[in-house]
Design a protein around this ligand. Structure first.
Ligand code: DX5
Ligand code: ZN
Length: 232
């Protein structure tokens, strides 16, 4: 498994976004996570394609766009055009999830499906072979700085089993409440892409915080690998 750290700019200083992104990248960021909220699916508003376009111009790593919006199909082409490399959409808003995954892929991007904490793992069973990644929300989406929901750890494990069963090595991304005290548990459970907002940009030293989180995640991934090898 390969760990990727995805700092969420939601917790960054938007007046100094370029500097925040550069600091996170020096600390080992592998993706930049952009949270798009519409005030309908979640009770908050954030940013759209123009910000993704600006981030694309300064970021050296790929942009990971998390769409917390109703009717994402309407906006996916604009986010693709703005420079997103990865787009995740919420299963809760999509009666035609299979079609949306196809739309994202048809634009040359990697397609992810995101699940709220109350949404069962089985809700993606029929598309488990089609997704490029799965985003397991570890808080209720809408705000940064919330507390990790402990049940998420077993959900990540169950999601890994479902993807393995489908023969899909697609990584699991986790998002919400990830910090020094929770990161090892989610990685040991099978998460590979780690979103972190407040614990990086709220820390006062984004570079150091990213470096430390990444080191913990890499160590936990090695521990998981070693445990799997000795179980064989
Ligand atoms: C929450 C967003 C997250 C958020 C995470 O709705 O999807 O990406 O930025 O923030 P922290 O890491 O502060 O929980
Ligand atoms: Zn997010």
């Amino acid at each position: 498994m390969s760990v990727r750290l995805a700092p969420s700019i939601l917790a960054a200083d938007f007046a100094a976004l370029g500097a925040c992104i550069a600091a996170a990248e020096r600390g080992g960021a592998d993706l930049i996570h952009v949270d798009v909220m519409d005030g309908h699916f979640v009770p908050n508003l954030t940013v759209g394609p123009p910000v993704v376009r600006s981030v694309r111009q300064v970021a050296r790593v790929p942009i990971d766009v998390h769409l917390m919006i109703e009717d994402p199909d309407r906006f996916i082409p604009a986010f693709a055009e703005a420079g997103a490399a990865f787009i995740s959409v919420h299963v809760e808003v999509l009666p035609h999830l299979h079609r949306t995954i196809g739309l994202i892929k048809s634009l040359g991007l990697k397609a992810g499906v995101a699940l709220n904490p109350s949404t069962p793992v089985g809700s993606i069973e029929e598309v488990a072979a089609d997704v490029d990644f799965v985003l397991v929300m570890t808080v209720n989406p809408g705000f940064g700085g919330q507390t990790y929901i402990p049940r998420s750890t077993s959900k990540v494990r169950a999601m890994r089993a479902l993807l393995d069963e489908a023969g899909n090595p697609a990584p699991i991304e986790v998002d919400g409440g990830i910090d020094e005290s929770t990161i090892a548990d989610v990685v040991l459970a099978g998460a590979e892409w780690i979103v972190a907002g407040s614990s990086i940009f709220g820390s006062g030293d984004a570079e150091a915080a990213a470096r430390s989180l990444k080191a913990r995640a890499v160590a936990a991934a090695q521990e998981r690998l070693a445990a799997h090898r000795s179980a064989r």
